[in-house]
Design a protein around this ligand. Structure first.
Ligand SMILES: *Cc1c(COP(=O)(O)O)cnc(C)c1O
Length: 497
């Protein structure tokens, strides 16, 4: 069913409402009466709100949600994003009123359960990663990167070292150079070799006493494990730099490899990827950072400690990089990650990565048989990258067209045009939660699209055809950026269906 839905303001009708106030006052009178008390949260004038009945509101949002694609609806092989199925028990637990209805400023003795979760989650993450101390404060992966690089900077500066550069491989996620820059360093790109791994000679050439560290995603964004990581770590350490691991791909390593054991000093986790909180669409994430003991004093904000009287929050000392958030991080995401780890259990954590890697390898093989080319074709870990370049050359069909056509078959598109070192990239991460039937269906659809590219290319070029919103004109949107609905409509420039 294709649904149309306008913005909620269009449904507004004067006098409609979804509530009854106990007094005769109407909402405007109340606003005037209490304006001074709520000034912190609102403007001087009564806000321009749509007027609707409860039914109108519910239908509006349910319609919108029905237009959305999500991981509970179907396959979502978005490479690098680890869009795994999120067990519903996590939601149940995080919604316990003892977790949901607490406030960060409550005294410690009233929130012992919550503090225990934070304490134990930190312990689990330390054990999983081979690190000595954890902060749960960062709000997402990129925020974790910023935290980690700031820690490196403060540590080096405490030794009187003013270094300038962070080295970042050319396969890195865009957040790596961005966080580096924000933390006050300059990012320098290191080329990959023919195997898609860090080129050690390139690294050697760039290492000197101006380099603060190396940021590595391992396995990298091609899904390839950096096999020379120990040697790389040795070289970086010898040059006085630190090793930062972007842990977004930890789903490939759980229970097998601990980043702290292979030379990394700092790591961030993406709890919303590896540890199963729903994400995408800007929902809350959580990007804890783990460090080796010598960096412990530089951690931000507040640590939860355990002593005779229970669990306590403790401010970090003078060396700390300071606070990054108003409070203590995204607690509900921590509860989900904690529940997930406890439900799976220490001895089965490995099976997450085993199945993630098995699924990626099986799917890669199916796609090769279907006629897709894999440029850095080794045995991948939890994800792999195909290229649409030959298809573009042969039929004029771009990777973007393939991605859009997939939507017509009820599948979310993979990540496209990333990593940048593969032209017309299709980056595919099936995760461990998909069945063999789902993988085979996806390969079947990809094969069909390849046939369409050859015989009926127009269908692919103009896809999607079955979705609520059809092909958008991205270039037009970027060049004529308008964020106000009225503005767009006045000029009759709405470009959806
Ligand atoms: C997702 C991702 C990030 C950024 O994490 P966010 O939680 O989205 O901020 C960084 N690096 C890699 C490799 C990623 O996949």
């Amino acid at each position: 069913m294709v649904i149309k839905e306008d913005i909620i303001f269009k449904r507004s009708k004067k006098g409609k409402k979804a509530f009854n106030l106990p007094q005769k006052d109407d909402i405007k009178t109340l606003f005037e009466k209490y304006k001074d008390d709520i000034r912190e949260y609102t403007s001087e004038d009564f806000p321009n709100l749509p007027e609707l009945s409860e039914v109108d509101i519910i239908r509006h949002f349910i319609r919108l949600s029905n237009m959305n694609y999500n991981v509970d609806l179907g396959f979502y092989p978005l490479g690098s994003c680890t869009m795994k199925y999120n067990p519903k028990i996590n939601e149940t637990v995080s919604a316990f009123s003892g977790f949901r209805n607490i406030h960060p400023l409550q005294p410690d003795y009233t929130v012992q359960g919550a503090l225990r979760i934070m304490y134990e989650l930190s312990e689990y993450l330390a054990e999983i990663s081979g690190m000595d101390a954890i902060t749960l404060e960062p709000a997402a992966g990129a925020h974790g990167e910023l935290t980690g690089i700031k820690i490196i900077k403060k540590y080096l500066e405490s030794k009187g070292e003013k270094r300038k550069y962070i080295l970042v491989p050319d396969s890195a996620h865009g957040t790596n150079p961005a966080s580096t820059t924000l933390a006050g360093y300059t990012a320098k790109t290191i080329k990959s070799n023919k195997l898609g791994m860090i080129d050690i000679e390139e690294l050697r050439k760039n290492l000197n006493d101006e380099v603060a560290g190396l940021m590595v995603t391992n396995p990298n964004t091609l899904g390839i494990f950096e096999r020379e990581i120990k040697e790389i770590a040795e070289l970086v350490h010898k040059a006085g730099g630190l090793m930062y691991m972007d842990g977004a791909n930890l789903n490939a390593l759980l229970g097998y490899i601990r980043p702290g054991d292979i030379g990394f000093d700092v790591i961030h986790f993406n709890l919303h990827k590896t540890f199963s909180t729903p994400h995408g669409g800007g929902g809350p994430g959580s990007g804890p950072v783990g460090v080796k003991a010598f960096l412990k004093d530089f951690l931000p904000g507040v640590q939860v400690i355990k002593n005779d009287s229970g669990y306590q929050r403790k401010e970090t000392g003078d060396k700390s990089i300071g606070k990054l958030l108003a409070f203590f991080g995204h607690f509900a995401v921590m509860v989900r990650a904690y529940t997930y780890i406890r439900m799976i259990g220490k001895e089965h954590l490995k099976s997450i990565s085993e199945n993630a890697v098995l699924n990626a390898n099986y799917l890669k093989q199916l796609l090769k048989v279907a006629g897709y080319e894999i440029p850095y074709d080794s045995i991948p870990m939890h994800e792999f990258v195909a290229t649409g370049a030959p298809i573009k050359k042969k039929y004029g069909i771009r990777t973007l067209d393939i991605a859009k056509r997939l939507l017509d078959y009820g599948v979310h598109a993979p990540t496209v045009y990333f990593p940048l070192i593969v032209s017309e990239a299709l980056m595919i991460e099936p995760t461990e939660t998909e069945s063999v039937e789902t993988l085979e269906y996806f390969a079947e659809v990809m094969k069909k699209i390849l046939k369409e590219a050859e015989h009926t290319p127009e269908i692919v070029k103009t896809a999607p055809h079955n979705t609520p919103v059809k092909r958008l004109d991205d270039v037009y949107a970027v060049k004529n950026l308008k964020v106000k609905y009225e503005e767009i409509e006045d000029k009759n420039e709405r470009r959806d269906s």
